[in-house]
Design a protein around this ligand. Structure first.
Ligand code: NAD
Length: 295
């Protein structure tokens, strides 16, 4: 297929690489620069998102946040300027479910389908082509794009209509944040009580409290490796989406709000770019105790 890929950062570059490796023809664009590894594999660099949309039948975006998607799709030189009827726009960034519904309507008005298809699994999953992909949009477009999703991920689910993929991703980020907080409290408690937190983590791994977060983020807390990974500023963006949507829907998410405050405390200590497992540092400040000594 002729595939467009816009946004070639930590996630987009390896994802686009898998599509080239699978034999697809790639047209790529990034506001900063296209990694040489992709052009060396045969990707064609375009001068704008509009040019990507002219050349490709399926156009994927993987940019940081809602305003970046809006700019890439509808800004000057954006995808909308290059689209013709029958093409499919696929946004794989994690952005607002509400804005997504509006973007989908505007793309539909141009005779094209829209899929929101955010991912979970991080840089490791992007490189290993093992991402979880949660999709919102029409069945037909999903069936057309599924072979591409299968080259980038493993657990691929059409959840419902436009916006439902992004809603699922917000739900994912709520679970991840609250679990990081739970693992942080547990290891802090165990350490203050005099137990070896590394051993406590190991002991809990087989039981009911076991999770990917205990495994990976718990290990980071013990070993004090807070280089990202997934940056706190990106998780703040996701919890902001959760809290704004909750307000609009009239539901209370008390522990999501607490986790956001803990991320805010990290940011106040210069931690916007720390890995999100560093949420434990905010708990440590309150406890006047660290899970393990800093390296
Ligand atoms: P990143 O900052 O590394 O990459 C984003 C890229 O988009 C950059 O190269 C930037 O130059 C480009 N860009 C920004 N605006 C653009 C525009 N208007 N047109 C073209 N290119 C533009 O971010 P990332 O870590 O790759 O994350 C991308 C998305 O994936 C985010 O929504 C993030 O929340 C989500 N995500 C990230 C991870 C992770 O672990 N990093 C995991 C799951 C989901």
């Amino acid at each position: 297929m002729n595939v467009g890929f816009i946004g070639l950062g930590i996630m987009g570059a390896p994802m686009a690489g898998h599509l080239i490796d699978a034999g697809h023809t790639l047209f790529v664009y990034d506001v900063v620069k296209v990694p040489e590894a992709l052009t060396a594999k045969g990707a064609t660099t375009c001068a704008s998102s509009a040019e990507v949309a002219k050349q490709a039948d399926i156009i994927i975006t993987m940019v940081p946040d809602t305003p970046h998607v809006e700019e890439a799709l509808f800004g000057k030189g954006g995808v909308a300027e290059g689209l013709s009827a029958g093409k499919i726009v696929v946004d794989m960034s994690s952005i607002s479910p509400v804005a997504t519904k509006g973007f989908a309507q505007k793309i539909n008005a141009l005779g094209c389908d829209y899929l929101d298809a955010p991912v979970s699994g991080g840089e490791v999953g992007a490189k290993a082509a093992s991402l979880t992909i949660m999709v919102g949009g029409p069945d037909g477009a999903f069936d057309t794009v599924k072979p591409l999703f299968e080259k980038m991920g493993k657990n691929i689910t059409l959840v419902g209509g436009n916006g439902d993929g992004q809603t699922t991703k917000v739900a994912n980020q709520i679970i991840v944040a609250l679990t990081i907080e739970a693992v942080g409290e547990a290891l802090l408690f165990a350490s203050k009580a005099g137990a070896n937190p590394a051993k406590v983590r190991e002991a809990l791994m087989g039981g009911f409290a076991s999770s990917k977060i205990l495994e990976i983020h718990g290990d980071r807390m013990v070993k004090r490796t807070f280089d990202p990974g997934f940056r706190i500023e990106l998780h703040q963006k996701d919890l902001n989406l959760a809290l704004q949507s909750a307000k609009a829907l009239g539901v209370s998410l008390p522990n999501t709000a607490t986790c956001q405050e803990l991320f805010n405390a990290c940011a106040a200590h210069g931690g916007s770019k720390w890995d999100h497992s560093a949420m434990v540092k905010a708990l440590e400040l309150m406890a006047n105790h660290t899970v393990a000594p800093d390296a």
